[in-house]
Design a binder for this molecule. Structure first.
Ligand SMILES: Nc1ncnc2c1ncn2[C@@H]1O[C@H](COP(=O)(O)OP(=O)(O)OP(=O)(O)O)[C@@H](O)[C@H]1O
Length: 259
């Protein structure tokens, strides 16, 4: 097993001896992994290997699933997010998430982006206006929607809706953005836009993405983690992992022999 750390990059997330059980079934086995800040880390591997489960542990989205048991540590900037004094709501403010299907609220474009800040008590109209614009600009959507902010978000195309969901996530000013197959429901042009946007965002945010598409991981991520049967087989700089994998199972997977 190769677990290489990018030289010098500060760690944002540190996972130590993580085990996750759904009832009797162990879905994650002894995961040890560092995620560097301001970069893109991609999780790849065949269906059912635990990618989404691990992603969800990073903002405690598994907490609400009955029968889930977790052992080990997940540290965000050195603090265990599973400790008793962690407030899940403030954790989720720091670690935002974008899902596979764009899921805007049935509200206006403006209200979608303002939703999180309002929830967290930012209510002054001028501040909100500024934050909504900044978030939409950061999500590369502002120019397309600036004259229609009061219109329903449901009238946007799928790709625009996904960028709106990214703007909504950015509006609460997170440090980490989790992306679970966030382009798999989109057409190729929208996918390219989101990939370019993700690269741009990785200059300011730590991004962890799950993808079924290993070409996407190779194209845009800085680091890639290959999973199999709930274990990390290999984690390395993306270029290294795809050009000279150390583990035979990684080589078999990236050369399309299974999965
Ligand atoms: N809520 C749940 N209850 C019980 N088992 C679950 C639950 N969610 C996932 N699992 C099981 O845990 C394992 C890992 O699932 P997970 O969704 O994390 O894999 P994945 O690698 O993201 O798969 P995919 O690429 O198909 O989305 C699978 O065997 C799955 O059946």
């Amino acid at each position: 097993m190769r677990i290489e750390q990018k030289g010098g990059a500060a760690k944002m997330i540190e996972i130590e001896k993580l085990q996750l059980y759904y009832g009797e079934f162990q879905a994650l086995k002894n995961i040890r992994l560092s995620i560097p800040e301001r970069s893109i880390t991609a999780f790849i591997g065949p269906s059912g290997c635990g990618k989404s489960t691990l992603l969800r542990t990073l903002n405690r989205m598994n907490d609400s699933i009955p029968g889930v048991r977790i052992e080990g540590r997940v540290e965000l900037q050195g603090k265990d997010i599973y400790s008793a004094d962690t407030e899940v709501e403030s954790l989720r403010k720091r670690v935002g998430m974008v899902f596979q299907q764009p899921n805007p609220f049935p509200k206006s474009i403006y209200d979608n982006v303002a939703y999180g800040p309002r929830l967290h008590g930012k209510l002054k109209k001028a501040d909100l206006d500024e934050l909504v614009e900044r978030s939409l600009r950061a999500a590369s959507l502002w120019e397309e929607v600036k004259d229609n902010l009061k219109k329903s978000a449901l009238g946007l195309s799928g790709g625009q809706q996904q960028r709106l969901c990214i703007a909504r996530a950015l509006a609460v000013e997170p440090e980490v953005l989790l992306m679970d197959e966030s382009t798999s429901a989109l057409d190729p042009i929208s996918t390219t836009k989101i990939e370019e946007l993700t690269r741009e965002l990785s200059r300011s945010y730590t991004i962890v993405m799950v993808t079924h598409n290993m070409h996407q991981a190779a194209r845009i991520s800085d680091r890639t983690v290959f999973f199999l049967n709930g274990e990390v087989v290999e984690a390395a700089d993306t270029q290294m992992l795809f050009s000279s994998p150390v583990d035979q199972r990684t080589e078999d997977y990236i050369s399309g022999r299974f999965g």
